[in-house]
Structures are given as C-alpha cells and as structure tokens.
Ligand binder design. Structure first.
Ligand code: ATP
Length: 197
C-alpha cells in the first residue's frame, strides 16, 4: 500500500486571530491548504451520508427545501439539548477528517496544511506533525471580528468564550505567529516554514 509520507501541518487560532489570512499566504506560496471550517459546511450541505445521519437524529426540518442546512433550526435544537452539539460533532468531524485524508492524497509534495479553528476541540492535534498557532492580542481580535462580521462586541466576546483560549492553544502548539498591528506576520511565517519544511 502507498504510504502517505507528507508532513501534515495545522494552522489554528481563535476568532479574529488572522489564521485564515496566514493560511491564504501559505496557499499563495504554493502549498496545499485544506480549510476545515469551509469543508465542514460543504459536507453538512452536500454529503448524502452525513445528511441522512443528521436527519435521522434531528428530523428533516434541519434542511430547507433546497437541501441546505437550516442553521437556525439546528441552533434551536442545540440550544435546547445539551448533547445535540456533541452528536453533530461526532458525525461531522470524522467526515471532515476523512475528506482531509482523501484530499491530501491528491498532492505530490512534502507537506499539506489544514486551517482549523477547532483543531484541539476536535481531538486532532496529535495527528499533525506540526501545529502553528496564529494569535493577536484580545482587543485586536475583537475589533477585527466586529469589523469583518459587522457584529457587536458582546457577540464576539461570547464566541471567543466558547472556544479554547489562545493561551491554551499556544501551549499546545509548536510555533506561534503574532499578527498584532506592529508585527511582521510574513517574516514570522517564512521563518516558521523554513524550520518546518
Ligand atoms: P475566524 O476564525 O473568525 O474566521 P480568522 O482567525 O480566520 O478568524 P481572519 O479572517 O484571517 O481571522 O482575520 C480576521 C479579520 O482581520 C479579517 O478581516 C482580516 O482581513 C483581518 N486581519 C487578519 N490579519 C490581519 C493583520 N495582520 N492586520 C490587520 N488585519 C488583519
């Protein structure tokens, strides 16, 4: 059987840390990047196996007439049922991981990257050769996210509280890239990749 000898590198970080921006830089440099959050949404909307598992747990109303996830309906179910989120994750996370493994087989290169906000929450950290944590100070992250998503400070803070703190993410990572306004993230990224690749 052909062995997958590519290094698997994760890019993680909290909301508004700039991880998608760093991941895009990595991609522009020519490296394959798998965006886990985007892929999870595609799987939930389009993968027949995942859809049928979700429907059998939560009913057909979680999909709209176009077959796309009714996010409000699912959010309502999760709000009223403590275990529902875990059940969704138990269906979706393995499907995302399988897709990542399948996707990575398609590249002849020394390393593939995954961008994921919830790498640690998914229990995937040990599967990666190296983990890069992208971070910025809390105020910067809040301001950026409010501007990008046009939402309130309270909404951003609530989302941040729902995730593992950046301090914890940093302690579980091999490399850290700071994206505060006075930082040169490109230089940090190049130095990090030089060490890894
Ligand atoms: P999320 O998890 O919420 O998707 P993220 O960590 O992927 O967030 P990005 O989407 O990369 O963060 O960045 C959040 C916002 O901050 C975007 O509008 C982006 O353009 C901006 N941004 C990212 N990095 C920088 C930077 N170094 N300087 C200024 N703005 C930045």
């Amino acid at each position: 059987m052909e062995q997958n000898t590519k290094a698997q590198i994760a890019i993680t970080g909290g909301i508004g840390s700039g991880k998608s921006t760093i991941a895009k830089m990595v991609q522009i440099m020519g490296h394959p990047v798998f965006y886990a959050d985007i892929e999870a949404k595609k799987i939930i909307d389009s993968d027949p196996e995942t859809k049928s598992q979700l429907i059998s747990l939560f009913g057909k109303d979680i999909y709209d007439t176009n077959g796309k996830l009714n996010r409000q309906e699912l959010a309502k179910i999760i709000f009223n049922n403590n275990n529902a989120k875990e059940k969704v994750n138990a269906i979706v996370h393995p499907a995302v991981w399988d897709k990542f493994c399948e996707w990575s087989k398609g590249f002849k290169c020394s390393a593939v990257f995954m961008e994921s906000a919830i790498l640690h929450e998914c229990g995937w950290a040990d599967r990666f050769d190296k983990i890069i944590c992208v971070t910025a100070n809390l105020e910067t992250r809040i301001k950026r996210t409010m501007e990008r998503d046009n939402c309130s400070r309270e909404q951003v803070v609530a989302r941040i509280k729902n995730q593992l703190s950046d301090e914890e993410k940093i302690s579980k990572s091999h490399y850290v890239i700071y994206t505060n306004d006075n930082c040169s993230e490109l230089e940090q990224l190049l130095k990090t990749l030089e060490k890894i690749l």
